[in-house]
Design a binder for this molecule. Structure first.
Ligand code: SAH
Length: 240
C-alpha cells in the first residue's frame, strides 16, 4: 500500500489537501482514483488509513478514516556525521533512517573540505526513506555546525560513540557492553579522518565512548551503517 508523509494533523474525517508534488505523484505516477486507500503519517498522530476523495492533476484530496498504528518513537539515537561527498551523504541519511536513527546532525571538522550541504534535499531523502521503511517518524536532518561548537553545547547525559579509525580503541561491542540504553549519539568522521587534536579532545570527554570498527579503514557510509547496526543490536530496538 502507498504510504505518504503529510504535514496535516490527522484525526477521523480530517480532509487532507495534498501539495502539488504529492498530488502529481498520486494522480499521475500511481494512478490513484477516488475511493482508493492509502496510509498517511505525520510523525505526531500515528499512521492512518486514508481514502482518495477528489483527484485533480495538481490537487488530490484525501480523507483520514481510521488509526492504523498509534504514534511510537524509536530509541533516542543521533547520528553525527561529518560532511562527505554528496552521494555518500545521501546514502548515509537514507540508511540512518532505515536503521532507526532519530536525528542526523551534520558537522564540519578540521579535515572536511565543504562547509555546506543541501539540507532540504537530505531531509527529503529522510522523508522518502521513512515512507518506505514503515517508520512513524522522520529523522530531522540539521544544517552543519562545527564539531567544536556541537561539543561545546553537548548535553551531559548523552553518550557519544566515537568511531575512531586510529585502531587503539576498544572493539565496538565491547565498548557498548553494559552501557546504559539511551540517550546516545555516534560520531563518524570525514574522508580525511579526525586530526590528532580532535582525537585527543574527543577522547578526553567523559561522555565519549571511543570504539573501533575493526582492523580495516571503512568509508564513512560503511562506518555509519556498521555502527548503527551494532548499536541497534546491542542497545536499541533490535533486541527482543
Ligand atoms: N582517511 C582516514 C579514514 C577516514 S574514514 C584514514 O585513513 O585514517 C571516515 C570515518 O569512518 C572515520 O573518521 C571514522 O569515524 C570511521 N571509521 C572508518 N573506519 C573505521 C574503523 N575501522 N574503526 C572506527 N571508525 C572507523
Amino acid at each position: 500500500m502507498i504510504r505518504l508523509h503529510v504535514p496535516h494533523d490527522l484525526a477521523a474525517g480530517a480532509a487532507l489537501d495534498l501539495d502539488e508534488g504529492q498530488s502529481r505523484y498520486l494522480a499521475a505516477v500511481m494512478r490513484q482514483a477516488v475511493g482508493d486507500e492509502l496510509l498517511v503519517f505525520n510523525g505526531r498522530d500515528g499512521e492512518w488509513r486514508a481514502r482518495v476523495t477528489a483527484v485533480g492533476k495538481r490537487a488530490v484530496r484525501l480523507s483520514a478514516e481510521g488509526l492504523e498504528r498509534p504514534q511510537a518513537v524509536g530509541p533516542d539515537l543521533d547520528l553525527v556525521i561529518a560532511l562527505v561527498k554528496r552521494a555518500r551523504l545521501e546514502t548515509i541519511v537514507e540508511k540512518a533512517t532505515e536503521l532507526g536513527a532519530r536525528r542526523v546532525l551534520t558537522v564540519t571538522t578540521e579535515r572536511t573540505n565543504a562547509d555546506h550541504t543541501r539540507v532540504d534535499r537530505l531531509q527529503a531523502i529522510a522523508v522518502e526513506a521513512a515512507e518506505q521503511t514503515g517508520r512513524l517518524d522522520v529523522p530531522e536532518v540539521t544544517a552543519p555546525v562545527k564539531l567544536e561548537r556541537l561539543i561545546a553545547h553537548w548535553p551531559a547525559d548523552r553518550r557519544l560513540l566515537f568511531c575512531d579509525e586510529a585502531g587503539d580503541a576498544r572493539p565496538v561491542l565491547e565498548a557498548l557492553r553494559d552501557a546504559p540504553a539511551a540517550p546516545w549519539a555516534m560520531l563518524i568522521g570525514p574522508e580525511g579522518g579526525f586530526s590528532p587534536a580532535e582525537r585527543s579532545t574527543l577522547r578526553a570527554l567523559d561522555y565519549a565512548v571511543p570504539a573501533t570498527l575493526g582492523p580495516r579503514i571503512l568509508r564513512a557510509d560503511t562506518a555509519a551503517i556498521s555502527a548503527l547496526t551494532l548499536w541497534q543490536a546491542a542497545l536499541g530496538d533490535w533486541r527482543a
